[in-house]
Design a protein around this ligand. Structure first.
Ligand SMILES: [Zn+2]
Length: 100
């Protein structure tokens, strides 16, 4: 099992977060739409959805750090491209030129 060397931990973390967010939404919607209220199936789906949310938080805390200054990016992990603290690119760690 080989890891591509140019894929940063941040990018890996973000991909995992993305998958978990989608899963949490799917499970949450399924619990609301396709199960009977207060049924065992609904409980399981809700628990699964909550587990995905917890997973998002854990993965974001562990992997979603700026490669340059080490700042944790927890909120906005899916939209931010530049570190709000040091203004380096979160994927490459390169310095970002002045914004327009
Ligand atoms: Zn930074």
């Amino acid at each position: 099992m080989e890891m591509k060397p140019h894929v940063s931990g941040y990018e890996r973390g973000r991909n995992i977060v993305r998958v978990l967010v989608v899963l949490a939404i799917i499970l949450g919607v399924a619990a609301l739409m396709f199960t009977q209220e207060n049924s065992r199936e609904q409980m399981l789906l809700v628990i699964g959805s909550a587990a995905c949310v917890v997973g998002v938080i854990v993965v974001a805390r562990l992997l979603c750090v700026c490669p340059h200054c080490g700042k944790r990016i927890v909120s906005g992990v899916l939209v931010l491209r530049v570190c709000p603290k040091c203004r380096h690119d979160l994927l490459t760690g390169a310095k970002v030129k002045k914004q327009r």
